[in-house]
Design a protein around this ligand. Sequence first.
Ligand code: PEP
Ligand code: MG
Length: 758
Amino acid sequence: MPPPSAVSAARTILTRLHDVMASRSNAQTKLNTVVDVIGEGLDSEVCSIYLLREGQLELFATRGLSQDAVHVTRLAIGEGLVGTIADNIDTLNLAEATAHPDFSYRPETGEDKYHSFAGVPIVRRERAVGVLCVQHVDPRRYDEIEIEALQTVAMVLSELIHSADLIDEEQTALSPAQTGPVHLTGLKLVKGLAAGNAVFHQPRITIEHVMAEDRDAELSRVYLAFDKMREQIDRMQAQAEFGVGGEHEEVLETYKMFAYDEGWSRRIIEAIDSGLTAEAAIERVQQRTRMRMRQIDDPLLADRMHDLEDLSNRLLRIVSGQMGTAASQGLRSDTILIARNLGPAELLEYDKRRLKGVVLEEGSLTAHVVIVARAMGVPVLGRVHGLKGALREGDELLLDADQGQVTLRPTPVMAEAFGARFAKSRERQAAYAKLRDVEPFTRCGTRIQVMINAGLRDDMPGLQLTGADGVGLFRTEFQFLVSATLPARERQTRLYRDVLDAAGDKPVVFRTVDIGGDKVLPYLRHNDGEHEENPAMGWRALRVALERGGLLKVQARALLEAAGGRTLNVMFPMVSEPWEFDAARDVFESQRRYLKGQKKLMPEAIRYGAMLEVPALAEMLDVIAPKLSFLSIGTNDLTQFLFAADRSNPKLAERYDWLSPAIMRFLRRVLLSVAGHQVDVTVCGEMGGRRLEALALLGLGIRRLSITPASVGPIKELVRKVDLAEIGEAMKGWLAMPPPSMREALTEWAEARGMEID
Ligand code: PEP
Ligand code: MG
């Protein structure tokens, strides 16, 4: 903590600067007074201000150096000590300036008699717009108090410079790492290409006023903001405990630690005491922490720093009243959304016509946000490290989720090469679109059912566009996710009816609500608020529906009424034991009897199905199969349970392969278990939409896939090249004696037969 004298030094200077800024004198006179005020306040022989003009740092005002040097001495970004400060956006504090490797002597300044040097960047919108420095004859390092005072003053100067129009905002100084092109790699979560501009999901706040008019008012604003922020964190943590939160517990723990950290709040209060507004004080403390952390090379600490940045931004948003995410602000038409992580409901708030791509610092293949993005046709790159440090809002981006990379601020040559790839990819898409009316028969003449996964009214046009055979999985919980309150029965009925109308003759399989896990419903909480250690294996899906009987009853009625006069296909998620299926079907049947009594038009037929997502059910297929019209294998959940690997944990995102022999053998056994029954078997997990995985599934005997609409074309194309007997034989061999890598073996096999697999 800085001793009180730091606060008082800054406060004295700030009070005087306030008067300077309020005066009617011109900008140059103001700057001349400013260097005197700072020099006197810090008892410094030299105080100089360099500002950016035409790409160079020009000496604008000085006390102590030769006045002849004013508007004459200029340094490039990165040149000399001043240029280095602007380049690194970092403080320098040197006992002997000439000993620094970047020192560059300028005779016109007459600075040779000064030994010590300290300088801080003047920053606006995260860019250096100038440098403020002090020099002394004595060779001594400045103490922390003085540096802190300088940094505070630099913030105020940035406001003065902006309001006096002293710099060209467009020409602000940036280091090459922030201006030049940068390639970052990540995990391909949803394939596709997009060009656009970076939009932060949580927009950064621009601080317009730095100097406070009323200290007490600023203090109470910040106290209130802290209270609100702590409430939010507590709520997020409570939600995580209910298994409905989007954040990871580890992150929340750190948030909580910082949110209640007295040191942090005290430093902000001190900064307000020195004369800053609440916003400026939060930013000031953040800058200070950033600078300190930069000196420590420890990845763990860097992560924590990231958390503190998040929290600091949250506090800034609260204090400035700018609470919404980018979704609630006018979104640019070529948005590439940047976020640490997102919940599915948060993504659904974005206008999908304007959203071209998403880049996440976290994320995993089967997290629901990724499934939603896939359904929206928006490419997503996940697990991209070092993103926020290298990127600023509005930067141009080329997202290539096919290759797993994103290019920041591309050169024209890069943009051209990307453009060519983009054109090729569009051509490919157009070729797939041509397959719309082509039925997916294998080379050997078997008709494969290719259906789509959907969840919203908006997804339904995808059925006609792709020429798919129907909707194999309609995730009804999406309506619940985008709704602020539990959707009433009438609203549910309307949606289901619209969906059936849109599907026409094609079948739609409605899955009853699958809430819990990573699907957050703030208005639906666990009864007794019990802590859930493993939400994915917790109170979710059918377990919720059976316990909250009312929920399932309402949905059953809505579905039965919507499907009046047609066939209703309904399936239950996360069935673990046959009795759960029976209980859920009984709810539907009793609703059917009731509605019949009410003389409502009932479905012509009801086909009941179960999802196979919990491995235990695989052992009971002989018991349950006679009751089923169809079985839908949800490989997203099934594989997470088979491998005991949380599907939304980014650390495990690349750990297990869907093509592992363990999964393949498991699926083979499932198919054998239901072989003697009249049960349609579908795979509706994400793996079915990937060509190599689909090939393996065909080899196992799967003949029905329900996949993301964008995959229909590629899968149809694949199907037409497959000979089922041939792939069946190959799979049999691999499953009997698994090769070291199933993926490699399959890839070689497919390539040898001219199949495109990526
Ligand atoms: C699955 O688990 O594979 C599935 C299709 O359901 P969801 O992804 O919605 O959990
Ligand atoms: Mg599932």
